[in-house]
Design a protein around this ligand. Structure first.
Ligand code: A2P
Length: 338
């Protein structure tokens, strides 16, 4: 059986990756619609050697569609997800619009696939840093419950979209030519710089990105008890995020046991060569499906603490791949109807 799929936001950083993944994973497609804003209407994108026309999204876009993969920002998702669901489609949404909605499952297929079964037409794809962190922490949490997570992130430009990635390249070459970098997409120059994450600030002193890691991880793990704190930082890397994670358990967690668990956890690849001081790096995580995890070590400040370091492709597992895996899960389990 094959399915009628629409990509909303097909021209974006995640949209183009979705297109590539549907092709390379041989997703069973009967028909593919590429949707974006009026700005892109009439342009084309290649899929399986064919040029497909991009349409400006409208009410009629969602007729005869089984699965919508949406990655065009929260406002666009809020505007169109309901329309698509009404017409019978299942929407897998990359934006933050519905993630904390109690009716909407928030799914990482390697962690909580079962949650997808109860969807009512919309399934939310978690925040990128959250997805990457859950892949490494969940397998450990299955063996010994995590009490507290302290995370620091090093986030690439891709999280702010294709235009932000271009901006970092332009800024880099401007600086190399002795000119001043111009920041239009991101709030400050990112080339040769870094800054605390540019998501809106909240009144508790955490930016929204940091609170997403807290609230979304709790929802995905199905545990409101886990204490989580995060500091999110934007770094001049193009497309893979890195995270330093400190975990606290009830009792000590042997680093060798953690290593053994993570060496065969789904979606995770252990990357550690202690002699060579070789550990996950964003350039090696870019373009890969797995989250690279390493530097697993005893926290010397706490007997029940464990430290680890990870890198994962923000556009791939952090967004597009996770969404496609959710679609594959719905097909495999026969969970498309609502
Ligand atoms: P467009 O290229 O036509 O502006 P990114 O995350 O890389 O910035 O990409 C955002 C994606 O969302 C693009 O495909 C963009 O299309 C799409 N998009 C942005 N605003 C809208 C809108 N109002 N309606 C439909 N698509 C939109």
């Amino acid at each position: 059986k094959s399915y009628r799929v629409a990509i909303l936001g097909a021209t974006g950083a995640v949209g183009t990756e979705l297109l590539e993944l549907l092709e390379s994973r041989n997703f069973p497609i009967a028909d593919l619609k590429l949707l974006a804003s009026q700005r892109s209407a009439g342009k084309t994108l290649k899929f399986k050697g064919e040029n497909l026309l991009i349409e400006a999204v409208s009410d009629r876009s969602f007729e005869n569609v089984d699965i919508v993969l949406a990655s065009a920002g929260g406002g666009t998702s809020k505007r169109w997800a309901g329309v698509a669901v009404e017409k019978g489609a299942v929407v897998i949404d990359n934006s933050s619009a519905f993630r904390m909605n109690q009716e909407v499952p928030l799914v990482v297929p390697e962690v909580n696939p079962q949650a997808a079964a109860s969807h009512k037409g919309i399934i939310a794809n978690p925040n990128c840093t959250t997805i990457l962190m859950t892949l490494a922490v969940w397998p450990l949490h299955q063996v010994k419950a995590v009490k507290r997570i302290v995370a620091a992130t090093y986030q690439s430009a891709s999280g702010a979209g294709a235009k932000a990635m271009e901006e970092v390249k332009t800024q880099t070459s401007a600086i190399l030519q002795g000119q001043s970098p111009v920041a239009e997409v991101l709030p400050y120059p990112l080339a040769f710089n870094l800054f605390p994450h540019n998501s809106p600030m909240t009144d508790v002193g955490y930016c929204e990105e940091e609170l997403k890691m807290v609230n979304e991880t709790r929802k995905i793990f199905g545990s409101q008890e886990i204490r989580i704190t995060a500091t999110c930082v934007r770094v001049p890397v193009l497309r893979a995020h890195s995270e330093a994670i400190n975990l606290e358990f009830e009792t000590p967690f042997d680093p060798d046991e953690a290593r053994a668990i993570l060496s065969h956890s789904p979606g995770v690849k252990l990357v550690e060569d202690w002699q060579a001081n070789y550990f996950p790096m964003p350039i090696e995580a870019s373009g890969r499906d797995e989250v690279l995890v390493g530097r697993i070590r005893q926290d010397i400040s706490h007997p029940c603490g464990l430290e680890l370091w990870l890198c994962g492709d923000q556009i791939r597992k952090g967004a597009a791949l996770n969404a496609v895996q959710i679609a594959e899960l719905l097909i495999e389990k026969n969970w498309l109807s609502h």
